[in-house]
Design a protein around this ligand. Structure first.
Ligand SMILES: Nc1nc2c(ncn2[C@@H]2O[C@H](COP(=O)(O)OP(=O)(O)OP(=O)(O)O)[C@@H](O)[C@H]2O)c(=O)[nH]1
Length: 436
């Protein structure tokens, strides 16, 4: 049988902090059965001073515990206690006046800093009965649910899953019970996501989120899940109930729609929509961090003639090649978008000097001018390019675009195949000059 081991990097001495807020009766035992920690719940249940039993064998406190005098390690303990399903083992306890009372125990192996420990949870029959009845009802109803339902302990150990959960994850119930949801972890979420989840749940609030989980066969899926705290018969938070459904198909459709809304289907480049969004971000970064950036508008020259003489398919291929070539000249943080037709726009980030911008433009012009052979013909690709730099030529995106467009238009009317940085020579009367 595979042993569900919870790995914890904390020292045993930090264990009290982990359990201090739980009223549950928990004992931390080392592999010889020596009590290393005793929660307030145990002290209440047995009317003992926790300090007096720490360091003592567990069999002193629980002579009826049917595990023998020694703890020879994980394997025997796991065979003795049926861990799968966190089965509760019934036996009798004695309080400090020798009175017997019915008890149940469940044992979970833990690994703390590479050393084996056991977490022994004790419950009196009475507490167990009240809680079990409510849980039992919930589980009975969940058996029929189409949603994937799981019940976990406050420590995050899975106690119950319904058939829909098994179907969704591909794991059988016996592979899940006694383990944590980490078995489904895809590695996609940041630690902050789970921190937020636990903080919300431990505060007694429900948490709703879109989880990216991993099925037993390794495939990822999106799960829209709500997790609610469960309160036992005495009104104490004792479990968490998770109910989720597979929304992978909806998410994929949404991603496709988002892609359609933001990307040009011919070249795969961001479209005007996404470009304007990125422009806004560059503008915000500019005003926050004083990061310079440049806006470049690039319009192909005589593109219509390519379409007219060689056909639309060749025209399409020229646009695709142009997109590819421009992208080759840019860094990761830069953007190139297709605004429409044969017009492209670029955002060059982190450019402190005009020379930085001009270096990139020289590269683009050179690469666009490289031979482009299609149907055995060399197709000349040329462009008119206008540039505006933040904050010198405008402090907002729209002004920069307008000025880059003016510069580009000026190149176009001068015959094309060139680039120009916008220049305001006289205040109030914009004229432009070539800045090569
Ligand atoms: N093949 C192809 N052509 C397109 C696409 N979108 C727009 N066009 C064509 O691109 C051309 C753009 O027009 P213009 O900007 O006047 O073309 P131009 O010949 O480059 O003109 P100048 O910029 O003045 O040099 C039009 O003929 C459009 O039909 C497309 O997705 N594929």
């Amino acid at each position: 049988m595979e042993v569900p081991v919870i790995r914890h990097t904390k020292e045993p001495s930090s264990f009290p902090y982990l359990c201090a807020d739980t009223e549950r009766a928990l004992l931390l035992l080392d592999e010889s059965g020596i009590i290393k920690y005793c929660s307030p719940g145990v002290a209440n249940c047995f009317c003992v001073n926790p300090q007096a039993i720490i360091g003592q064998p567990v069999t002193g406190l629980l002579p009826g515990l049917p595990i023998g005098a020694r703890f020879p390690g994980f394997s025997l303990a796991c065979n003795t206690f049926h861990l799968e399903g966190k089965q509760w083992l019934a036996f009798s306890g004695q309080d400090n006046e020798g009175r017997e009372f019915p008890l149940k125990a469940a044992l979970v192996p833990l690994e703390i800093d590479g050393r084996p420990f056991f977490l022994l949870e004790l419950r009196t029959q009475r507490a167990l009965a009240g809680e079990d009845e409510k849980l039992q009802k919930f589980q009975e109803v969940s058996e029929l649910s189409d949603d994937a339902v799981a019940v976990t302990t406050m420590e995050g150990l899975i106690e119950y899953v319904n058939p829909a959960f098994e179907e969704l994850t591909g794991y059988r119930k016996d592979e899940l019970v006694g383990r944590t949801h980490a078995i489904l972890n895809s590695g996609v979420h940041e630690p902050a996501f789970f921190l937020e989840m636990w903080t919300t749940l431990r505060a007694g609030r429900s948490f709703r989120g879109q989880f990216v989980n991993r099925r037993q066969n390794g495939a990822l899926f999106y799960e829209d899940k709500i997790i609610r705290p469960f309160y036992n018969a005495s009104g104490k938070m004792s479990h968490f109930m998770a109910s989720g459904r597979d929304v992978s198909e909806q998410v994929q459709i949404m991603h496709r729609l988002e892609h359609l809304a933001n990307y040009d289907s011919l070249t795969g480049l961001p479209n005007r929509n996404l470009f304007l969004d990125r422009l806004q971000q560059a503008e915000a970064r500019g005003s926050r961090n004083h990061d310079g950036f440049a806006i470049v508008l690039l319009d192909l020259d005589h593109f219509k003639a390519i379409n007219d003489t060689l056909g639309h398919a060749v025209g399409d291929a020229v646009l695709q090649t142009t997109a590819f070539r421009i992208r080759q000249c840019l860094r990761e943080g830069d953007t190139v978008a297709r605004l429409g037709g044969d017009e492209f726009s670029l955002i060059l980030t982190e450019v402190a000097l005009r020379q930085d911008v001009m270096k990139v433009l020289e590269k683009i012009v050179a690469l666009l001018g490289e031979p482009l052979i299609m149907d055995s013909q060399n197709i000349p690709v040329q462009a008119s390019i206008g540039i505006a730099i933040y904050p010198e030529h405008g402090e907002d995106g729209q002004t920069l675009l307008k000025h880059a467009d003016s510069a580009m238009y000026r190149v176009k009317t001068a015959g094309g195949n060139d680039y120009l940085i916008f220049e305001r020579k006289e205040e109030g009367r914009p004229i432009y000059s070539l800045q090569k």
